[in-house]
Structures are given as C-alpha cells and as structure tokens.
Ligand binder design. Structure first.
Ligand SMILES: Nc1ncnc2c1ncn2[C@@H]1O[C@H](COP(=O)(O)OP(=O)(O)OP(=O)(O)O)[C@@H](O)[C@H]1O
Ligand SMILES: [Mg+2]
Length: 279
C-alpha cells in the first residue's frame, strides 16, 4: 500500500524520492490531466555513444510539445524509439497507460502513434489523392469483395477530407512528384493523419521551407493540435516559441530543461548551451 509522501500516477505508485528525480512528476503536479505518453529512463546507445540517455518525459493528452536541441542531440532517435522503429537499450515507454516498449512499429502504429519524418514517404508517381487514399485504406486485410467495395467509397471521402485539412484539396489529381517541397511536406502530414492517430510525431516539418511556407505549416500544425497530441521536433525557434505548450530541450541525449516557451527562453543553461549559440 502506498505510504505517505508518494503519489499514484497512471496506475503506478511513485515514492516522494522517485518523484524528485522524475521530471515528468513535477509536470503532473502542475498540470492535471491524463498522460498519453511517458518515458522512464529511456536510453539508446550506439556503441559507446549514448544517443538517448535516461530521458524521462510525460506528455499530456492534447498537449503540443516541442523537442529542441542541437544537431545530434538525439531528437530523431527519441522519435524512432517511440514509434517502435528502433528498440531501446534500456528504459520503458508507456502510451495510453500501456507498456509499448519493444513493440514492433506496425503494432505501435495501430495503437495510435503516427510519424511524419525528415525523410519523405510520398509515392511520387501516384496522384496526391491516391497517396492519401492508400494510407487511409490501412493494412491489407483478408480478401472480402463486398466489404472491400463498401469501404472504398468511405476511404475516398476520408482522403478528400484529409486533403482539405492539409490544404491540398485543389491538388488532388496532380502527381505527387509535381508538388512543391512545402506541399510535399503537407502531403506527408496528410498521410500520417490517415490512420487517425492520437499521437502525431513531426520531425522538422518546416525543414527547407520558405518563410511563407513555414508560416502556413505553423498554422496547419496548430489546427492539427486541436483535439490531438503532437510532439514536434523543430530547429526554427520562431515556430517552437509560438506554438508549443511546453518544450523539452535535449542535449547530448539528456533532458537539459523542460518548461513553457517563456521558461525555456529565460533558462540560463539553455541560453548557454543552445539558444545562445543559434542567435
Ligand atoms: N543508426 C545509428 N547508428 C549510429 N549512430 C547513430 C545512429 N542514429 C543516430 N546516431 C547518432 O546518434 C546521435 C543522435 O542522432 P539523432 O539523429 O537522434 O540526432 P538529432 O537530434 O535528430 O539531430 P539533427 O538535429 O541533426 O536531426 C548522433 O550522434 C548520431 O550520429
Ligand atoms: Mg534529427
């Protein structure tokens, strides 16, 4: 039975001493609400390099969390661990109160985590609409002609709605190869949304975009974050400071700081190790 001084979080009991070391625990105390994703001492080593080093985060349902940090800080590796693309060396990942550590990527995806990556996953020789339709169709099922035929209309409608969401409704018939860079990134987000994920991971969605495209993508991310949980890896501070609820700063695989945009902007350690250097 829990003793005095501890608390129960997501059906687990934490001692007061453990809470002191658990950065996410501080967050629980400040922000009531349900935690959707939680990592416990999440670690990934490549030989002697600790790419992700005992990272503890707690992301609440509906939160828009940004992860920032210099090149090589471990941001993409962190995403790969969450999405099941890579297995952790140690530590645990909890999603919707379920331990998903080590589950394969397709299972994690089915549980509701989708990612849109730096590396493009668009089929260039399919139309924009077809790209989203293929994603909306989901994994192949046992052949059943009539239910498949019924589903096709639904899938088509869903694809059309998704294209409207990402601002590509007018370009559905165009070959994906003929989209601009910014439009391709929006299409990737549309593909990621096709599975209706409860958690969306976006890795540098504005990379290589013009200031105008960046503003548009920022608006899109804000709209997506309504009723959905989003974790955003982003280098552009203007974007991060404007749209995040909270920010986690990674440095050499470790959490250097966590807080609101205001707290991160005014954090001396963050200024010295990261923000100062990118001004
Ligand atoms: N598959 C791998 N094998 C070996 N080392 C790797 C592998 N993937 C990443 N690393 C190393 O792990 C560290 C973290 O890399 P990661 O790609 O996660 O950084 P990042 O924060 O996403 O950087 P960037 O901002 O440049 O995208 C880097 O030193 C990188 O070289
Ligand atoms: Mg990266």
């Amino acid at each position: 039975m829990p003793s005095a001084g501890g608390v129960v979080i997501a059906n687990r009991y934490y001692t007061a001493a453990r809470l002191d070391t658990l950065k996410g625990g501080v967050l629980f105390a400040r922000m009531p609400g349900t935690v959707l994703l939680r990592t416990e001492r999440l670690t990934r080593a490549f030989g002697s390099l600790m790419a992700v080093d005992r990272v503890e985060v707690a992301i609440h349902k509906g939160e828009l969390r940004s992860i920032i940090g210099p090149n090589g800080a471990g941001k993409t590796t962190f995403f790969r661990l969450i999405s099941g693309e890579m297995t952790p060396t140690s530590g645990r990942i909890w999603f919707d109160e379920r331990d998903i550590t080590g589950l394969p990527q397709h299972v994690v995806a089915r549980l509701g985590i989708a990612k849109s990556y730096q590396i493009t996953n668009v089929f260039p020789h399919l139309s924009v609409h077809e790209n989203v339709r293929v994603a909306a169709q989901g994994p192949a099922r046992a052949f059943d002609f009539w239910s498949q035929a019924d589903r096709l209309g639904d899938v088509r409608d869903r694809a059309t709605t998704l294209l409207q969401t990402v601002g590509l409704a007018a370009k559905g018939d165009r070959l994906a190869a003929h989209l601009s860079h910014g439009e391709k990134r929006h299409l990737e987000i549309g593909i990621a949304l096709a599975s209706d994920p409860s958690l969306l991971l976006l890795d540098e969605p504005t990379a290589g975009m013009s200031p105008e495209e960046t503003d548009e993508t920022m608006r899109l991310i804000r709209a997506l974050a309504v009723g959905r949980t989003v974790i955003l890896v982003e280098h552009k501070m203007k974007v991060v400071m404007k749209i995040s609820d909270r920010i986690t700063v990674l440095h050499q695989g470790q959490v250097l700081a966590e807080g609101t945009p205001e707290e991160i902007r005014n954090n001396d350690r963050v200024q010295q190790t990261y923000l100062g250097a990118i001004r």
